[in-house]
Structure formats: structure tokens, C-alpha cells
Ligand binder design. Structure first.
Ligand code: ADP
Ligand code: MG
Length: 242
């Protein structure tokens, strides 16, 4: 049974079918990339899965349960962590304190009483920020802020990470480090990652299956090399002659 499954998922905005009958599945512990031209419905699909938008039709299942139309906080509590393009970190708080925020939001006072503060530290280690735990988040680089937000999702015990263009605005070095980081998370086994990305070097480095969307629909799924070689995908996504 897949960890995530969408069935004939749809979202209409007025006359526009932004997501137009998407059947998508993701096995637990896998890493998967979602690509496609601007406006093809990638972020809307994330919004439908995470509960930020109610679907116009279709269903969403997570870990065997139907989650269609649940509120974002309910979806998050079930273990789906959504990362937006702009990192939502708290500048004035230390790196370590930032990690307490999602746990506090989830568990409230129970979190402060709990002896288990290992999860946040483990999450910082997973993203390579353990050495900066006492720095104010304001002092992190742009790339490090993105990684901190991924750590916040991990600390909130998300089992499925939805990452929307996590390398946006990153340097080449940071982008490569992010591919390694994300690959490591999935390889470690207990987290499943679906990442929207258009950076080709990043997709090649990830080495995971890629699903291509076009006009609200799934056009193709395959590995990076097959997708790069696909004539229809090249025409649509990479641009003719590139
Ligand atoms: P992508 O993330 O693939 O670039 P989006 O999912 O953001 O694309 O958008 C898909 C289409 O839906 C676009 O035409 C966009 O303008 C439209 N759209 C997205 N969100 C909304 C919204 N909240 N209201 C109206 N139209 C929207
Ligand atoms: Mg988008």
C-alpha cells in the first residue's frame, strides 16, 4: 500500500483546471521529484495534499486513511510536512529554539514537560546544522535557513516531506549540498520525500524517479535519464533544442 495516494484529484479555479484528474502514488521511504512548466499545477497539488486547499473533486489517502479536505493542522498532525518556497523560520530565536516551535505547536504543554528533546537535536544533525544550534537564525545563510526549515519538519515528526522548490535562490554549492541532504534523509529510511524542483543539476544529483506535470495532468513518470530523453517532455519542459 502506498504511503500517499491521490485518486482523480482536481482543483478548479473558475474555468481553469489547475489540477485536472491526478492519480499519484508514493511508496514509503522513497524520494520522488515533481517537475513541469510554471503554472502546470505542482504547488496546487501540494496545497490539495496538505489541506491548504479543498479539492474540487477526487480523494487523498495517507497511510491508509482518507485525508481529503482535512484542515492543514490535521494533515500536519498525521505526518505530512509542507515546506514553502520562502522559509518560515524565526529570526530572533536560536536555531535550536526554532526546532521547538513545531513540537510546541503540536503537543502544547506536553512538549515542555516531555523529557524527550532528542528529536530536535537529531533533526539538526540530519541537516548539518548541529554546530550552529545556539546561533540566532538571523545569522544563517539563505541555504542554511532552508535546511533549518526542513529540520523543523523533521522535528515535528513528519513522515512525508513536501518540499516546494527547496533550492530556490541557493548557490550552486548549496544546491548540491541540498540534493545530498535530501537524498540522505530518504536513504535513512523513515522519511518519504516529494520535491518540486526545476534545477536540472539538482534532479540529476537526486537520482530519483521524476514525475512530469503539464496543464494540471501527469504527463510522464520515469528516471532522470528517461525523462531528459523523452521527446514530449523535452518539447514541453526543457524547451526545444536545449
Ligand atoms: P506551479 O506550482 O506548477 O507553477 P500552480 O499550482 O501554482 O503552478 O498554479 C497552477 C495554475 O493555477 C496557474 O495557472 C495559477 O495561476 C493557478 N492558481 C494557483 N493558485 C491559485 C489560486 N489560489 N487562485 C486562482 N488561481 C490559482
Ligand atoms: Mg509552484
Amino acid at each position: 500500500m502506498p504511503l500517499l495516494r491521490t485518486v482523480d484529484l482536481r482543483k478548479d479555479f473558475g474555468g481553469l483546471a489547475a489540477v485536472d484528474g491526478v492519480d499519484f502514488g508514493l511508496e514509503a521511504g522513497t524520494l520522488h521529484a515533481l517537475v513541469g512548466p510554471n503554472g502546470c499545477g505542482k504547488s496546487t497539488l501540494f496545497n490539495l495534499i496538505s489541506g491548504a486547499l479543498a479539492p474540487s473533486g477526487g480523494r487523498v489517502f495517507f497511510d491508509g486513511d482518507e485525508i481529503t479536505g482535512l484542515a492543514p493542522h490535521d494533515v500536519a498532525r498525521r505526518g505530512i510536512g509542507r515546506k514553502f518556497q520562502v522559509p518560515a523560520v524565526f529570526d530572533a530565536l536560536s536555531v535550536a529554539r526554532n526546532l521547538a516551535v513545531p513540537a510546541w505547536a503540536r503537543d502544547g504543554l506536553a512538549f515542555w514537560r516531555a523529557a524527550d528533546t532528542d528529536a530536535p537535536m537529531a533533526a539538526l544533525e540530519q541537516v548539518g546544522l548541529a554546530g550552529k544550534r545556539d546561533l540566532p537564525a538571523a545569522e544563517l545563510s539563505h541555504g542554511e535557513r532552508q535546511w533549518l526549515e526542513i529540520a523543523m519538519l523533521l522535528a515535528s515528526r513528519a513522515r512525508l516531506l513536501l518540499l516546494d522548490e527547496p533550492t530556490a535562490g541557493m548557490t550552486v554549492t548549496e544546491t548540491a549540498a541540498t540534493a545530498e541532504l535530501i537524498g540522505g534523509l530518504a536513504a535513512a529510511g523513515d522519511v518519504t520525500v516529494l520535491v518540486i524542483e526545476h534545477d536540472m543539476a539538482f534532479l540529476r544529483d537526486l537520482g530519483c524517479p521524476v514525475t512530469v506535470m503539464a496543464k494540471g495532468r501527469i504527463l510522464r513518470t520515469g528516471d532522470y535519464a528517461a525523462i531528459r530523453a523523452d521527446a514530449e517532455v523535452r518539447e514541453l519542459y526543457f524547451g526545444r533544442g536545449r
